[in-house]
Design a protein around this ligand. Structure first.
Ligand SMILES: NC(=O)C1=CN([C@@H]2O[C@H](COP(=O)(O)OP(=O)(O)OC[C@H]3O[C@@H](n4cnc5c(N)ncnc54)[C@H](OP(=O)(O)O)[C@@H]3O)[C@@H](O)[C@H]2O)C=CC1
Ligand SMILES: O=C(O)C1=N[C@H](C(=O)O)C[C@H](O)C1
Length: 258
């Protein structure tokens, strides 16, 4: 039997950090070797970041875009460990930092570690390919708890990317990320986003394909955070054996080009 994979958790005191600390010890393939939070955060069994990086094969990180980019830089500078990034809301510079780090270490980054949601991206791509932009409008709706700080969610953007792939266009060229005021009629080909925030909603996403007289809606609802943790664990087990590069859950799940 191979030795357990050594995991460190970044953002240990956050909602997902605490969920990871609950889920990892129940998996015999893993050993939780360290948990760290912000630099200088102590107590509650926390480790210093650099000590944690020295102990781990893989770091699982659900923090903030800035913290994830800095962590990727630090992991790359020391030649490891590999990284599983769950944070969302990155800007272009942060994505560039992660891409640079991925020249030195293996990184999985996904807006959603849910298996069902990643399956949904394949269905969305397929539907978008089949339903022409001339007479079918794509709208993405997401709902999350009141404490979420980024919008649209990373998952909504993943679904938008899937729809854009299906239509062979760039999401940046067709995304309508908000509407307010006198917006005019909806241009054909747009992929629209709408956002709801409130209460304790873990995460709900739907993609609607609207044409004259009918609407097809594909949707996913997260019941709790444990399935994100299980997906991140699958990514950690997979990424440990990979050469440097930036990967996503389609690589982990073997979905390949859809
Ligand atoms: N990909 C996926 O499947 C999922 C992604 N997410 C994403 O993961 C991220 C975290 O979500 P969630 O756990 O709900 O959010 P939380 O705010 O509960 O947790 C994030 C934690 O990161 C901490 N943090 C901030 N800066 C640093 C740093 N430099 N080093 C270490 N820790 C730091 C924060 O500390 P402090 O509290 O002190 O600010 C906070 O506790 C979000 O971007 C969210 O969208 C969430 C669920 C699933
Ligand atoms: O912040 C959250 O909570 C979540 N964030 C991710 C996202 O932005 O899509 C994943 C999940 O929906 C929960």
């Amino acid at each position: 039997m191979p030795r357990p994979l050594k995991i460190a958790i970044a953002g240990a005191l956050g909602r997902m950090g605490r969920q990871m600390a609950e889920t990892i010890p129940a998996d015999p393939r893993l050993e939780l070797v360290a948990r760290f939070h912000r630099p200088g955060s102590t107590g509650e069994g926390l480790d210093e970041r650099d000590e944690a990086l020295a102990l781990a094969d893989v770091v699982i990180d659900f923090t903030t875009p800035a913290a994830s980019a800095e962590l990727a830089r630090a992991c790359a500078a020391r030649g490891g460990p590999a990284l599983v990034i769950g944070s969302t809301g990155f800007d272009a510079a942060e994505l560039e930092t992660i891409a640079k780090a991925a020249e030195k270490i293996a990184v999985v980054r996904s807006g959603s570690y849910s298996l069902g949601l990643n399956m949904l991206t394949g269905l969305v791509e397929q539907a978008a390919r089949a339903l022409s932009a001339d007479d079918c409008d794509i709208e993405i709706l997401e709902a999350h708890h009141r404490l979420k700080v980024d919008a649209p969610s990373g998952t909504a953007l993943m679904l938008g990317e899937a729809a854009a792939r299906g239509r062979a266009v760039s999401l940046d060229d067709v995304a309508r990320r908000a509407r307010d005021g006198l917006t005019g009629p909806r241009p054909a080909g747009e992929i629209g986003f709408a956002v709801l925030r409130g209460g304790s909603v873990v995460g709900e996403h739907s993609v609607s394909f609207l044409s004259e007289g009918e609407r097809l809606t594909l949707s996913h609802a997260a019941g709790d955070r444990s399935m994100f943790a299980r997906g991140a664990i699958a990514a950690a087990l997979w990424v440990a054996g990979q050469p440097p590069g930036e990967y996503d859950m389609r690589d982990v799940l073997g979905f390949g080009a859809q």
